[in-house]
Ligand binder design. Sequence first.
Ligand SMILES: Cc1cc2nc3c(=O)[nH]c(=O)nc-3n(C[C@H](O)[C@H](O)[C@H](O)COP(=O)(O)OP(=O)(O)OC[C@H]3O[C@@H](n4cnc5c(N)ncnc54)[C@H](O)[C@@H]3O)c2cc1C
Length: 441
Amino acid sequence: MKDLKNWARTALCHPKEILYPTSQEEIVTLVKSCKQSNTPLKVVGAKHSYNDIFCAGKDGINISLKAFNNIVNIDHQKHTVKVQAGIRIPHLIKILKANKLSLKNLGTNVFDSLAGACSTGYHGSGIAHGIFASDVLAFEVVSPQGEVKIIKNSDEAFNIYAVGLGMLGVITHITLQCEPFYKLEVIEKRMPFEEIEANFKTLLKENDHFKFIWIPHTEDFMVWLGNRSDKEESSSFKKWMTYGWTGVVVNNFFHELLLFVASFKRDLVPSINRLMSKILLPKEGEVAQSVYPSHWAFFLPHVLKQDVVEYAFKIEETFDVFGELIEMIKERGIYVDTPIEVRFVKKDDYWLSPTQGEDVCFIGTKIHFPLRRQPEYTRYFTEVDKILLAHSGRPHWGKQFRITTEDFKKNYKKWDDFWEFVDKEDPKGIFQNAFSKRLRG
Ligand SMILES: Cc1cc2nc3c(=O)[nH]c(=O)nc-3n(C[C@H](O)[C@H](O)[C@H](O)COP(=O)(O)OP(=O)(O)OC[C@H]3O[C@@H](n4cnc5c(N)ncnc54)[C@H](O)[C@@H]3O)c2cc1C
């Protein structure tokens, strides 16, 4: 048995074997042999999901495509790239940059595998942009029967495969729509909650990318605006200060030490949050401006381990939900040690996408584990689940949630159709795991 632990150390599994195929033929042979012997099989990406979605179980086999990660071709005219699906996003970014191309959008974590990011509905922020999978033009998949299928984004089946949770076989190749290399000008400034609400539509519409954060137990809110720009790139010194010093040393290592102390005395959290807000956010009335290649601009360094709950819900309910969240934290006396992040994503038609059918707001909230100490946070995440469910919220598939099959059925009109399709493709259920069994009740 092997140990497979995710980045956050919140999911641990012990598959019988972990294999590293290097060709599509090898993957086909492996899938057929697992089908023959009824052996559970699951692809594991970068293990950045917070739950056990990638686990095959103790009698199963996990395969990693990290050695199946080459570029197949680049179309410079159409700005598209076809890659082997195990490619990690940093590797892809490097090759795209050398070819004067950029990804259209990214979240704050840029270390996922491309197929893992697509499979869980990974997203960034910006109402003109869908989830990451919406930039996919085609998937090549080894089905649970061992057949190679090509699913184009013009096919009806793309709506099923776009967010497939790893249940529909092994994605071996992805063709992605990119855009010419671009820089983002990022503006960060404090803005009171009421002002964000009053200017919400303008903030959403007039910026390529817009999100905001709240520092819990304070009145401090900050907006983050990202726009494509030809302005001169910020200096290397500024970049080092932003990502190295402020991003890693202050926001991760120093914060971790403070939170380690607070893990013995949780009522220190509000003071720590006030201090971090003073250090990290621009001062009242000041604007922090920078210009970086887009992949740097989207990125936030994460070193300090954490657990996360994140839900999507109708964008029109953004401020109601946020108000309820603030109220709940106050009323229940819960200490929240990390900024709450609020992002916006365009709707799509993908059956299991949290953004299916409506433009959404994603609210994500974390609790940190300083130096491996875990404060009790189940009560907090359960309260978040309750608030979001009352707003027909749909959880991020790679994060934590404790909701029932009935809730999923209510909130996804194609829920039963999706699983019917899965069963038809994989009657022996070799790609099913404990995660899918919980989802299905
Ligand atoms: C610090 C941090 C920050 C994050 N920030 C964001 C963010 O900004 N936005 C966001 O949306 N999410 C974010 N996440 C969540 C994370 O990025 C996503 O859950 C992502 O999907 C994980 O990708 P992975 O490569 O690690 O996949 P894994 O977690 O390894 O696997 C996820 C799923 O993909 C399947 N899979 C992987 N490869 C294949 C394949 N080739 N074929 C079929 N199925 C496959 C697996 O079987 C599994 O079901 C963050 C996570 C961390 C740890």
